[in-house]
Ligand binder design. Sequence first.
Ligand SMILES: [Zn+2]
Length: 215
Amino acid sequence: MFINTHTHTQVHDAKLELVNQDMDSTDKANHYSYGLHPWYIDKETYHDQLNKLEVIAHEKRCLAIGECGLDKLSKVDFDLQEEVFVEQIKIANKINKPLIIHCVKAFNELINCLNLNDNKVPVIIHGFNNNENIARVMVNEGFYFSFGKALLGYESNAAKAIKNVGRKNFFLETDDADISIKYIYKKASELLGIDEEIIKQQIQSNFETVFKTKL
Ligand SMILES: [Zn+2]
């Protein structure tokens, strides 16, 4: 069974695709996550969007809050990013669903926001492609990782990190890349030197644990 833990389009090449639902889209995927991305926070509308998120987050097919998080390269004021992220941490904890995280150059701030708000839900860092030091800190925090197209790059950080994060801590994704999740599984299997079937079983088990679903 292929599971795509983070994508922006439903392409039906996996048993389960967790689609990052557009804030404005009325047409919902079979399984989705919903959240305010740090690139697109608008001072005028974010209160309304957070209210909308709080409603949608309760829906059964909404499996996670996100992608949300912090991005030092975003044009959005960083204090505003933190404020909106904290609100999403609160919503996720209120309804007890995992957070799917977008984080660029702000891992210390990310950990602080989560700890200061007494976060108890699983945290999945999506599109992880950072160095070993950051990976180690994130593993110690008990975070999960979702690896995608960066695995395909020769000796990328992601390709190194996947070997070190522990089998119970990872997922695979396509994000916005125009590739099949099957190709990412194949690459993960090569990098880890583990049969693809074992990877499928492991990710299914990880998914069932983190998202509290039976597949
Ligand atoms: Zn994404």
